[in-house]
Design a protein around this ligand. Structure first.
Ligand code: NAD
Length: 368
């Protein structure tokens, strides 16, 4: 692994000519230069906190460019137009964005609205003939997710989920060690995902818009992380819910859920998803030849961690910059990502979330 300076230099300097084929287990090659690569022209839908973070990160992208916005707030549109140089013809609201189908200057829409709206928004974008990137969770249940995957397939557009960790170099450092057999047979994963949620009136605590509670928002990181860390799909889940504040966390909005997952090779995962505790962002992976621990493991970074061989050393990057450049390659060149980010991948997490909610209700083991 080269130094961070070498890596960043490689990111900046152009060495064109070879086609970029996607991830082949070498982090530095994967993030090598993108000069002359086609540009993915993106409109962001939902100009909230995360949309703003993505837009800022995209300013450093080499293969993706923010060219349009979809928002219900005219003042935000004006502010974004002036900040990012977005022309009037690329600005839409929630009533008229189906017209994007007549706009040849937009290739893809990044849906960054509340979870409960993803299904409708993604399907409308797909029917307008544009590729879709959708934030996590892709939808609020597997039934919705299946429909989204089908519509995107029928319309011939790509559906990707904003799983930024699937491109994060230190995460890939651990995943590569596991794939290379350096950790041996994987026996155990622990994922702790949580934060103390504030304002009780926000959409994250509204069942309709959030689709649930902490599990939909933050617990999904432990589910998704367990899958890419262990490298298998769980076959069963068990789960237990704890609620200390039923006024803030109403019916259908989970505050804390502990859950366990069993994998075909015998590995088990033990995870915690909560809206009531801070400083919970930790992964631990144990195999019969080694271990990896990461904390923070999914926050915006820098990701920190160590394995039995020493500290993680892969470069620190802005997650959303690397994600959007990689997604441009997936959409425009059919490149293979290090860990899948397509609609099927989003659907796998939704099926597990459905099973966890069912396990809470039935107090038993649920097959995935
Ligand atoms: P936010 O509340 O800051 O932004 C949501 C945006 O959607 C706002 O601009 C709001 O005006 C708009 N919106 C449109 N219709 C709405 C409606 N009916 N009700 C409420 N808002 C509406 O939320 P956020 O933190 O930006 O989260 C948006 C999405 O991004 C969520 O799906 C969330 O899970 C995801 N997210 C992902 C990450 C990540 O790291 N991948 C981080 C944060 C959020």
């Amino acid at each position: 692994m080269g130094s961070r300076r070498d890596f960043l230099k490689k990111l900046a300097v152009s060495t064109v000519s070879l086609p970029i084929l996607g991830y082949s287990g070498n982090i530095e090659n994967y993030f090598s230069t993108y000069e002359n690569a086609p540009l993915l022209r993106v409109a962001i839908m939902g100009l909230g906190n995360y949309g703003t973070r993505v837009a800022n990160a995209m300013e450093s992208c080499k293969r993706a460019k923010l060219v349009g916005v979809i928002s219900g707030t005219p003042s935000k549109i004006v502010a974004w137009q002036s900040k990012y140089g977005i022309p009037d013809k690329n600005c839409y609201n929630y009533e008229n964005f189906d017209n994007i189908k007549n706009n040849p200057d937009i290739d893809a829409v990044y849906v960054i609205t509340p979870n409960g709206l993803h299904h409708n928004h993604v399907i409308r974008v797909a029917k307008a003939g544009k590729h879709v990137i959708c934030e996590k969770p892709m939808a609020i249940n597997a039934r919705e997710g299946e429909e989204m995957v089908k519509v995107c397939k029928d319309e011939g557009v790509k559906l990707l989920v904003g799983y930024r960790m699937h491109f994060e170099p230190r995460t890939l450092e651990v995943v590569d060690m596991r794939r290379n057999g350096e950790l041996g047979k994987i026996m155990f994963f622990q994922g702790l995902s949580g934060f103390r949620i504030g304002n009780p009136n926000q959409w994250r605590l509204d069942k309709e818009l959030a689709g649930g509670g902490a599990m939909m928002d933050i617990g999904i990181y432990s589910i998704n992380g367990a899958r890419y860390m262990v490298g298998e799909e769980p076959i069963w889940v068990t789960a237990q819910e704890t609620k200390t504040d039923p006024v803030k966390f109403k019916e259908g909005v989970d505050e804390t859920i502990q859950f366990q997952m069993g994998f075909p090779n015998g590995a088990v995962a033990s995870c915690l998803s909560t809206y009531s505790m801070n400083n919970l962002d930790r992964f631990y992976l144990n195999g019969d030849k080694g271990f990896a621990e990461m904390q923070p493991s999914t926050g915006y970074g820098p990701i920190q961690g160590r394995t039995n061989k020493g500290p993680l050393t892969a470069p620190i990057v802005t997650h959303q910059t690397v994600q959007m450049d990689a997604m441009a390659g997936i959409i425009l060149n059919g490149e293979k990502p290090p860990i899948p980010v397509d609609g099927e991948e989003g659907l796998k997490d939704l099926k597990i979330i459905d099973a966890i909610y069912k396990a809470v209700k039935t107090d038993g083991s649920v097959k995935v």
